[in-house]
Design a protein around this ligand. Structure first.
Ligand code: NIG
Ligand code: FE
Length: 398
């Protein structure tokens, strides 16, 4: 146990926590969530330095009384598309009046994004980030993919990188409309000049592997080229139909295969035996009235499951992780404990991070205080704004 009074910064205890989710099975009740009742968390600088029974908390400089509320790690939203302009209200309205979702709507956002200046894109991004923070998200990944030119993709990544370390190059979102007749030439651009311009600003490379976007061979070429430039793969896989995306993800050691809605037994086996996380994005199925991904099937097979928003103006215009937790519990066969783990530690695993998504000594002091006695209320009280405080890197921001 490290002492709360060591180090440089002032120490703060948050105590009188009815239920603390640590995501460290060695703390608390031994469950995967590492629950501690009547708990306290001690923060020093940007780190957690102690968690445990409130009565045993070390002396600190400051005290915050959680008033019998629950505390959870801040959400780790490992999949969003937040560098965009415009919206797609009309498309959503039409879809809810019976029209099917197709990836073609992405072109609408590409046109609006290209037409926007940098300041407008950044203001839109920060507005959505503030919205997510208010709902408990303290770490987020975000992608390019609505520019599809060398200049527009690289500026999207530059803007994103000012706000997060988890930046993903998605030049291969769809074939650019400028290359409609020549997809091979677009793949060449994405793996050549565009990659050169984008790699310095990103940690990850992603591809939308789907009919109407990129097939398995194209996806392999794109991700392999990214890997050669030091980007690590993640994939939009098996969202709208069965396909090669999930197995390709495992083959290339992608950190995550995202969506995973249409899976064969062989896909589930590959995920269970590989190091790739399955990231489920129920906001997309909600907003496109599509079949839910079967989280239970994945969990029962031993797959690591993450839960994220996919926040984007087309298929999933929600920044709310609590909403996704409620959907996953109600319609995807997850227990409340599993859904909360997947939205915190699961998201961290999908980003190959160990410093976030948990509240144990050494972890980043990123947490949310819920106006509820336990984390279960996130699913039990859907649509209720339960997040009442958010601390990021040891600073209260909400
Ligand atoms: O994750 N699947 C591809 N990309 C997004 C949709 C983007 C859009 O419709 O604008 C998704 O659902
Ligand atoms: Fe997506």
């Amino acid at each position: 146990m490290s002492s709360a009074s060591s180090g440089t910064g002032a120490s703060t205890v948050i105590d009188n926590i009815a239920t603390l989710v640590t995501n460290d099975p060695s703390l608390g009740d031994g469950s995967r969530l590492g629950l501690v009742r009547d708990a306290a968390v001690v923060i020093e600088g940007d780190r957690v330095v102690w968690t445990g029974d409130s009565r045993k908390a070390p002396a600190t400089d400051n005290r915050v009384d959680a008033g019998g509320r629950a505390v959870i790690p801040g959400f780790v939203d490992s999949h969003s598309h937040l560098v965009f302009a415009g919206d797609r209200t009309e498309e959503f309205n039409a879809r809810m009046s019976g029209r099917a979702y197709s990836a073609g709507g992405i072109r609408t956002t590409v046109a609006a994004t290209r037409a926007a200046d940098d300041a407008e894109l950044e203001a839109n991004l920060t507005r959505h980030l503030a919205e997510a923070l208010r709902q408990g998200t303290t770490t987020f990944e975000t992608k390019s993919g609505y520019g599809l030119t060398v200049a527009d993709e690289s500026r999207a990544l530059r803007i994103a990188a000012r706000h997060t370390d988890e930046v993903t190059y998605l030049g291969a979102h769809i074939v650019s409309p400028d290359y409609a007749g020549d997809p091979a030439a677009y793949v060449e651009l994405v793996t050549g000049e565009m990659l050169d311009a984008c790699a310095p600003h990103a940690r990850w490379i992603d591809v939308f592997c789907e009919k109407g976007a990129f097939d398995g061979d194209q996806a392999r070429a794109i991700l392999t080229a990214g890997k050669a430039r030091g980007l690590h793969p993640r994939i939009h896989a098996n969202q709208l139909s069965h396909g090669p995306g999930v197995q390709l993800a495992v083959e290339l050691d992608a950190a995550s295969a995202d969506h995973c809605t249409h899976l064969t037994d062989a896909d589930v086996d590959a995920l269970a035996n590989g190091a790739t996380v399955a990231t489920l994005l129920p906001g997309a199925e909600f907003s496109t009235r599509a079949q839910w991904p079967d989280a239970r099937r994945l969990l029962d097979a031993g797959v690591t499951v993450a839960l994220s928003t996919d926040c984007n103006p087309g298929s999933s215009y929600t920044s709310s992780v609590p909403f996704c937790i409620a959907l996953a519990v109600r319609d995807m066969g997850m227990t409340p404990d599993e859904a909360v783990w997947s939205a915190t530690a699961g998201g961290a695993a999908a980003l190959r991070r160990t410093d976030v998504g948990r509240l144990a000594p050494g972890a980043r002091a990123d947490l949310a205080v819920l106006d509820a006695p336990s984390h279960v209320h996130l699913a039990y009280r859907p649509g209720v704004p339960l997040v009442t405080q958010v601390w990021r890197r040891g600073v209260r921001e909400v």
